[in-house]
Design a protein around this ligand. Structure first.
Ligand code: MG
Length: 248
């Protein structure tokens, strides 16, 4: 658990080890470190990442096409997930990889046929995410699986914020410090409760599963050497370098 005074700089935050897991009441082991002294891993290893496409009107405009009547969902495999500071690896098979800054919701307890009204009770908390996409392959394939599924294509973090109202948060994506996306979660076409209700009618959402809620306008390319940051009001900033991929 990361703790510190509200509005404090990152250097003054501390990380405390918990005994047990975050999905039920837990205690602390007493071990504590300054945030700059630890390497942040992805805050969760989900069984699946369910992502929403075409969920902001301005983004639909820049991509072309119409707003979907129901949430348009696709799956990113769990092996796409990386944490704060980990490198996004560009696959040699793509010549156009895009960033997509998004609010991520982490599910806290099994959710099946959840109503819109009850939906947020099933959320453990929120994180910043980047729905990295091989745009050329997405266009070539029509469907999304290959383009969205490369290892490292789901940066998630820097942590899970558990006390937050997701309805109207500013979300800003920067590449090398330059603002590329600047939207608000209130601009979603299908809001998070609607997404959870829709998805949980199709599949059971398990504790730790992640929903990527869609990206605002301003998506664009990243190349090796870039650094992408996704900053969400009330959560923090997720920062990832971009590196050439190829054989590891
Ligand atoms: Mg997306």
């Amino acid at each position: 658990m990361v703790e510190g005074p509200s509005g404090a700089g990152l250097d003054s935050l501390t990380v405390s080890a918990i005994d047990g897991h975050p999905f039920s009441p837990f205690g602390f082991t007493g071990d504590r470190w300054a945030l700059p002294d630890v390497r942040m891993l992805s805050p969760i290893l989900p069984s699946k990442v369910v992502a929403i496409g075409k969920n902001y009107a301005d983004h639909i405009k820049e991509m072309g096409g119409d707003a979907p009547e129901s949430p348009l969902i696709f799956i990113k495999p769990s092996t796409t997930v990386i944490g704060e500071g980990d490198a996004i690896r560009l696959p040699p098979s793509s010549s156009m990889v895009h960033f997509e800054g998004e609010l991520a919701a982490v599910i806290g307890r099994p959710a099946r046929n959840v109503t819109r009204e009850a939906a947020l009770d099933f959320v453990l908390g929120y994180a910043c995410a980047n729905d990295v996409t091989a745009r050329d392959q997405q266009r070539a394939d029509v469907q999304f699986t290959r383009a969205k599924s490369y290892d490292s294509f789901c940066p998630l973090g820097p942590w899970i914020e558990t006390v937050l109202d997701p309805a109207d948060l500013r979300i800003v994506t920067r590449v090398n410090g330059e603002v590329k996306q600047d939207g608000r979660t209130s601009q979603m076409i299908h809001d998070l409760p609607a997404q959870i209700a829709f998805i949980s009618e199709i599949m059971t959402l398990l504790p730790g599963d992640v929903i990527l809620t869609g990206t605002p306008a301003g998506v664009g390319p990243i190349v090796a050497g870039d650094t992408v940051t996704v900053e969400i009001e009330g959560i923090g900033t997720l920062s990832n370098p971009v590196a050439a991929g190829g054989k590891q």
